[in-house]
Every structure is written in structure tokens, then in C-alpha cells.
Write a protein that binds this ligand. Structure first.
Ligand code: SOE
Length: 373
């Protein structure tokens, strides 16, 4: 029997709204909110129907009533809030990227490991039923041995030169922007479905505009990456937030010796399965999917589209299930957050030094150091 946990959200933007719907959908209590000011917190509380407003995030984290802290602020605040929440023995859901530097990520890792807090990171694209079906087919070797993985993550919300956002600034968003913001989603999904990991990469980053709204642009609009996985698979990734007409296209293609697979987040109810003699389109639905992990997340019959919020709802439901001692399959946890930090670090170094860079295994490196200390 699940306990009804009380959630406190820090932040009042687009992601805070997505989190709030998912918390309610999972039948937990949307208890409180704090934001950059009491006024914005009060407005969000009214919009979202939240009873309790805290004037500061510190008060929310310190409240004995709050069980789970959701960090939905600009990236620069993630580490400070996550560390405080860990020290207050809260469960934590922290938006990606979990910090603006590897150093901050390690500090989070140490605080969360010491406190034993649950920690989930919304790499929620793992929760489309079709993604679980793809993962199961790859795990069953139905595609044969993979020899190529490629794709892109293309958006256009920054395609106009006047468009700006806190993510563009290094101080509030971090040294990397396009790759850290969405390239990490692509990498997480690729490693999740394939069971393989990027061992080394070479990256090139660029800006579409040198300034936005009169401010100098410090972070990349575009990242183009070649990589090799630990299993020796070749890969490529293009990330752009300035590609007109591409709203949120996370496209991943995995080509094996027996079949190829294509998943496109903008058409998340179908999986393309390529073959020499014929191709298939697999649709989501209890009666069409073959694997239990996919059926579990398929909450309406085939032909009824499931979307992003449905995937996010499933992510939160599983994260909270994990906070209560169960172990649902595939929850993106602190290790996923650290993995993203290692990839961001490699992309930033490679782009600056124009060379191939090995991706560090931060989790094992710092767990070893922590246990030795
Ligand atoms: C903006 O690029 C953004 O909101 C990302 O921050 C999210 O992680 C992604 O899911 C949608 O686009």
C-alpha cells in the first residue's frame, strides 16, 4: 500500500506545471510551492491549486510536512537546493541538468549518498511505451548486433535572434546549453534503450547568433558530435535549438545486423522497424506491444495517442514508488544525472580543445573516493 507523500515544488515555470500535474496524477499531495519571489509563488499556487506557499525555498525544504522536493528552477540553483534537501532527508526530483558543473554534481552525489535520499532526474522520455518496447526488442537481440547509432535533437524555440532565455546565460544555465539541456536527453535515451554507453566523443559547438536581445551569447545553439560506444558502435548526434519547424524532435536510429529501429519523440506512438524485405510500424497499445514493461505504460488502447505528459506522469509515479522502497524498472536516478554531467564535461572539453575525449565514469570514480574517505 503506497503512502501518500507530500510534494513541495521549487519553481513556477513550464516544468513546475508539468511536475504538478504528474504529482496529482500519481495520487500524491501537491502540498506546497516556493519560487523566486513570494509573489510568483502565490500566483503559481493560485494557478495550480496549491494550498501552501513558502516565501523561500529554504523554508519549503526545512518544512517537516514536505516529503519530496521538486527542483524546477534555473540550473544555477539546482545543486544548492538538492544538497539542502538531502541534508534535510527529503526525497528529491531534480530537473536536468542537475547542476552547472561537474564539481557541483559531485557535491550533490556526496550529500545524497550520505543522506540516503531518493533522487530522480526527469529523463522522462524513457517512459513512452514505445521506448520500452524498443528497449525490450534490443535487449532480446531482435535487431542483431548494433553497428550504427545516429540521430538528432532539434528544436526551434531559440531560432529567432531576439529569442532569449535564462538557459542562454552561462551563469544561470551553465557552460553548455543546447547539449546540456537536450543533448543529454538524447544520450540518456540512447544508452537506456541500447544498454551501451558512449566511451569517447569529439564535439563541435557553434552559435547561430553572437548576441540575443543585446546580450552577448555565451553558450552553444548547436552541437555536432561523433562518438564510439563501449561496445565499439559508431554514432553521431546533431543538437540544435535553432532549427525552424522542429519543435521538439528527438530522433534516434539504431541500426543492427538484423533490423533497424527509429523512434521520433514527435510521433511517440509508433516505432519504425526496418528490414531488408519489409518495414513495420509498431503502434503503442496493449494488443500491439509485445513486452510487459511497454504494456505497463500503455494506459489507453492503441489508436488513442499518449503524449509527453503521460510519459512524465509515469516517470513521477515510478519515482515515488521508488521513494517508498520499491524498484520499478528504469527510473532515471542520481547515476543518470551524473552520467549526463560526464557527457557535458566531455563535450565542453572536446569542443574547446578540438580533440577526441574519453567520457569519465563519474559514478564509480567518486563512489570509490567517497568509500575510501
Ligand atoms: C527546453 O529545451 C526544454 O523544455 C527542455 O529543457 C526539456 O528537458 C525538454 O523535454 C523540452 O525542451
Amino acid at each position: 500500500m503506497q503512502t501518500r507523500l507530500k510534494a513541495g515544488i521549487v519553481g513556477s515555470g513550464f516544468m513546475a506545471k508539468v511536475h504538478s500535474r504528474a504529482i496529482r496524477n500519481a495520487r500524491h499531495e501537491l502540498y506546497a510551492i516556493a519560487s523566486s519571489s513570494p509573489e510568483s509563488a502565490s500566483q503559481a499556487a493560485e494557478d495550480l491549486g496549491i494550498a501552501r506557499v513558502f516565501n523561500t525555498w529554504q523554508e519549503l525544504v526545512a518544512s517537516p510536512e514536505v516529503d519530496v522536493v521538486h527542483i524546477c528552477t534555473p540550473n544555477e540553483l539546482h545543486a544548492e537546493i538538492a544538497i539542502a534537501a538531502a541534508k534535510a532527508n527529503k526525497q528529491i526530483v531534480c530537473e536536468k541538468p542537475i547542476s552547472v558543473s561537474t564539481e557541483e554534481t559531485v557535491s550533490i552525489f556526496e550529500a545524497v549518498t550520505k543522506s540516503g535520499s531518493g533522487f530522480a532526474v526527469p529523463f522522462a522520455y524513457r517512459y513512452y511505451p514505445i521506448v520500452r518496447e524498443l528497449r525490450a526488442r534490443l535487449q532480446n537481440n531482435e535487431g542483431g548486433s548494433l553497428h550504427l547509432i545516429h540521430g538528432n535533437y532539434l528544436q526551434d524555440w531559440l531560432a529567432e535572434p531576439a529569442a532569449n532565455n535564462w538557459r542562454v546565460s552561462q551563469s544561470s544555465g551553465g557552460v553548455s546549453r543546447a547539449f546540456a539541456d537536450v543533448g543529454t536527453h538524447w544520450c540518456d535515451l540512447m544508452e537506456f534503450v541500447s544498454g551501451d554507453r558512449i566511451a569517447r566523443l569529439i564535439a563541435h559547438t557553434s552559435k547561430a547568433y553572437e548576441s540575443r536581445g543585446g546580450e552577448q551569447v555565451q553558450t552553444e545553439d548547436i552541437a555536432t558530435i561523433l562518438f564510439e560506444t563501449e561496445a565499439g558502435v559508431s554514432g553521431s548526434l546533431t543538437v540544435s535549438q535553432v532549427s525552424h519547424g522542429r519543435k521538439n524532435q528527438l530522433l534516434i536510429e539504431l541500426d543492427g545486423s538484423k533490423a533497424s529501429y527509429t523512434f521520433n519523440q514527435e510521433q511517440p506512438d509508433s516505432l519504425f522497424v526496418g528490414g531488408r524485405n519489409s518495414n513495420q510500424i509498431i503502434m503503442h497499445g496493449q494488443e500491439t506491444l509485445m513486452h510487459e514493461d511497454a504494456k505497463r505504460l500503455s494506459i489507453v488502447p492503441s489508436g488513442h495517442p499518449q503524449g509527453y505528459q503521460d510519459a512524465f506522469n509515469s516517470f513521477i509515479a515510478d519515482a515515488y514508488d521508488g521513494f517508498q522502497g520499491n524498484q520499478p524498472d528504469g527510473v532515471p536516478d542520481l547515476q543518470a544525472g551524473m552520467r549526463a554531467a560526464a557527457l557535458i564535461e566531455a563535450v565542453v572539453i572536446s569542443a574547446a580543445e578540438k580533440k577526441w575525449v574519453e567520457v569519465r565514469d563519474l559514478q564509480n570514480l567518486y563512489l570509490t573516493k567517497l568509500l575510501a574517505s
